[in-house]
Write a protein that binds this ligand. Structure first.
Ligand SMILES: Cc1cc2nc3c(=O)[nH]c(=O)nc-3n(C[C@H](O)[C@H](O)[C@H](O)COP(=O)(O)OP(=O)(O)OC[C@H]3O[C@@H](n4cnc5c(N)ncnc54)[C@H](O)[C@@H]3O)c2cc1C
Length: 470
C-alpha cells in the first residue's frame, strides 16, 4: 500500500479518459479501494463522448444513449447518483423510417428486432419489399439450420448470413442499413459472431423468424399486463457527457488531462509510463483503454505478438452534421427517431436521426434538432460541403425550404471498430497475447461489444482482475 501514496509509483495507470478508462478507474477506487492514475491525451475527457450546448440545443456529437437491456451503463449511472437523471426515448416516436430511392419516407415494419420480424403482418404488408422479396424472406421458416453457408467455419459475414436466411432484398433494404449502420460498417466484411451473435443463436432455434417470434412471445408472456413497452435506449438529461463529468468529478486529481502517453516500458515488476504532462509513472498494472490502434503502438515494444493482434483490428470513420429548424418550417411530421438510407449514392448520407423527436430536453420548445450521418467515404469533405449535402437531404426528404438556424459538424476518424469475419478467434489470440504480459490490460469498443454498456462491463471486469492479483 505504501506504493500508492508515493507520487510517481501507483498500483495502476489507465491510458485514456474515455468511458472505458474512467469507468475502470472508478471501479478500481470504489469497489476495490485501489487508486489508479488516468492519463488522457486531450485537454478534455470523454473520447468519443462529446456533449456540448449551443443556443439552447444539447448536442451529443458521438453516442447519445446506450442500449437499455445492457445494464452496466445504467447501473453505473445509478451508482453515481444519476438515477433520476436517466431519460428514455419519447414513446410515441419510437418508429423508424426508410428513405426510398424517390426520397419518400416509408415506415420500417413494426415489430422488427435487429432487422428480423417478430410479427408476420407488418412484414407481409411493407412496401419496402417486393412480393418476391417477401416470399424469399418467408423461406427462412423452412430452411434448415446452416442452409447455404459457404464455409464450415463457425463465423461468417453478417451480410452472407442475412442473405442466406432472408434473401437479398431483406439484406439490402433492412438489414444492411440497420445493422451495418450500427457499426458504420460494411455487412459483407462484418463478423456475424463479433457483431450480432444473438442472430446466430436465433438460427439454431429453427430459423431467424421462428427464433425471433419465440423470443417476442416469451417477452410478451413475461410482460406485466398493461405495462408500457420498455425503452430500447436510455440516456441522461444532460447528454451522455453528464456521465463523463460525474465520473471525472468523483475521480478528481486521479485524472490528468493533456497527458498523452508516449511509451510504456517494462522494468522489473513495474511498467514505466512516459507521458506529456510530467515525470514518468511506475505502475504494477497498465490499462490501455481506447482504440486498438493506439494500444498496438504503445504495447508493441512490450509484446510484438500483442501489438500485431491489436493492429489487425480495423476501424471506420464517420462525420455527422447537426441542423436545427423551427418545427413549423418542417412540413414532414417528425414522428420517429429518424430514417435509414438503404441505397445511398456517393456523397449521400447513411441515415438521419431526429434528435428532438427521440429525446426530451435536446432543443428549445418549438425547434427541431436533427443529425445527418455520413460514412467513411465522405469524412474528408469540407464542412461546407457536408453542410450543403445535409441541407439538400433535408430539403429533398422533409421538404424544408428555409436555411437551418444552427449547423454543427463533427468528425470521428478511426473511431468505430470493425469486428471483421474471424473476430472471435482474433479475440482468443488477443486474450492469449494479453495473458502473456501480466499486468497489461486492454479494453474498449474494439474487443467485446461496441457500445457504452459493453465498455462499462469490460471496465468492471478489468478492475476485478487487477484486484484479484494484488
Ligand atoms: C459517432 C459515434 C456514435 C456512437 N454512438 C453510440 C451510441 O449511441 N451508443 C453507444 O452505446 N455507443 C455508441 N458509440 C460507441 C461509443 O462511443 C464507444 O463504445 C465508446 O465511446 C468507446 O469509449 P472508450 O473509452 O473505449 O474509447 P474512446 O472514447 O476512444 O476514448 C479513448 C481515449 O483515449 C485517449 N487517448 C488516445 N491515445 C492516448 C494516449 N496515447 N495517451 C493518453 N490518452 C490517449 C483519447 O483521447 C480518448 O479520450 C458511438 C461511437 C461513435 C464514433
Amino acid at each position: 500500500m505504501a506504493e500508492q501514496t508515493s507520487g510517481q509509483v501507483v498500483k495502476a495507470v489507465v491510458v485514456g479518459g474515455g468511458i472505458s478508462g474512467l469507468a475502470t478507474a472508478h471501479a478500481l477506487s470504489t469497489t476495490h479501494r485501489i487508486e489508479a492514475k488516468v492519463l488522457e491525451a486531450e485537454p478534455r475527457l470523454g473520447g468519443n463522448v462529446r456533449t456540448s450546448s449551443r443556443d439552447g440545443f444539447l448536442i451529443d456529437e458521438g453516442p447519445d444513449s446506450w442500449v437499455a437491456n445492457k445494464p452496466h451503463a445504467t447501473a453505473l449511472c445509478c451508482a453515481l447518483g444519476l438515477g433520476d437523471r436517466l431519460i428514455e426515448t419519447i414513446p410515441e416516436n419510437r418508429r423508424v423510417y426508410v428513405r426510398m430511392d424517390d426520397a419518400r419516407l416509408v415506415p420500417f415494419p413494426d415489430g422488427m428486432m435487429l432487422g428480423i420480424p417478430t410479427r408476420i403482418m407488418p412484414l407481409a404488408t411493407t412496401p419496402l419489399l417486393s412480393w418476391r422479396g417477401k416470399m424469399r424472406a418467408a423461406l427462412d421458416l423452412v430452411l434448415p439450420v446452416g442452409y447455404g453457408k459457404r464455409s464450415s467455419d463457425e463465423d461468417e459475414a453478417l451480410g452472407d448470413f442475412i442473405e442466406r436466411r432472408l434473401g437479398r432484398e431483406v439484406l439490402d433494404q433492412i438489414a444492411a442499413p440497420l445493422l451495418g449502420g450500427l457499426f458504420t460498417g460494411d455487412v459483407s466484411t462484418l463478423s456475424l459472431l463479433g457483431s450480432f451473435p444473438q442472430l446466430a443463436a436465433l438460427e439454431k432455434q429453427g430459423g431467424l423468424i421462428r427464433g425471433a417470434l419465440a423470443m417476442a412471445h416469451k417477452a410478451k408472456a413475461h410482460a406485466k399486463p398493461g405495462a408500457p413497452k420498455p425503452a430500447p435506449f436510455l440516456s441522461l438529461r444532460g447528454g451522455v457527457g453528464e456521465l463523463i463529468d460525474t465520473l471525472a468529478a468523483r475521480l478528481g486529481a486521479a485524472v490528468v488531462t493533456g497527458a498523452r502517453v508516449e511509451s510504456i516500458e517494462r522494468e522489473g515488476a513495474h511498467y514505466v509510463v512516459r507521458h506529456g504532462a510530467g515525470p514518468a509513472i511506475r505502475a504494477e498494472h497498465v490499462v490501455v483503454a481506447g482504440p486498438a490502434h493506439i494500444a498496438s503502438r504503445l504495447l508493441s515494444p512490450i509484446s510484438e505478438e500483442l501489438g500485431r493482434e491489436l493492429a489487425d483490428i480495423g476501424y471506420s470513420s464517420a462525420a455527422t452534421v447537426f441542423l436545427a429548424y423551427a418545427k413549423k418550417d418542417v412540413p414532414h411530421p417528425l414522428d420517429a427517431t429518424g430514417y435509414l438510407v438503404p441505397k445511398k449514392a456517393p456523397g449521400e448520407p447513411l441515415a438521419s436521426t431526429w434528435v428532438s423527436s427521440k429525446w426530451p430536453f435536446r432543443a428549445p420548445e418549438g425547434d427541431a434538432l436533427m443529425r445527418i450521418f455520413f460514412g467513411e467515404a465522405d469524412v474528408d469533405r469540407t464542412d461546407e460541403d457536408l453542410i450543403a449535402r445535409a441541407t439538400r437531404e433535408v430539403r429533398t426528404t422533409l421538404h424544408v425550404t428555409v436555411d437551418p438556424k444552427l449547423v454543427h459538424v463533427a468528425r470521428f476518424r478511426r473511431a468505430s471498430p470493425q469486428p471483421r469475419v474471424g473476430h472471435p478467434s482474433r479475440m482468443q489470440r488477443l486474450q492469449r497475447a494479453v495473458e502473456g504480459v501480466p499486468g497489461v490490460h486492454v479494453l474498449g469498443s474494439a474487443y467485446d461489444g461496441v457500445g457504452l454498456g459493453d465498455c462499462v462491463r469490460q471496465a468492471e471486469a478489468v478492475a476485478a482482475r487487477i484486484a484479484n492479483v494484488r
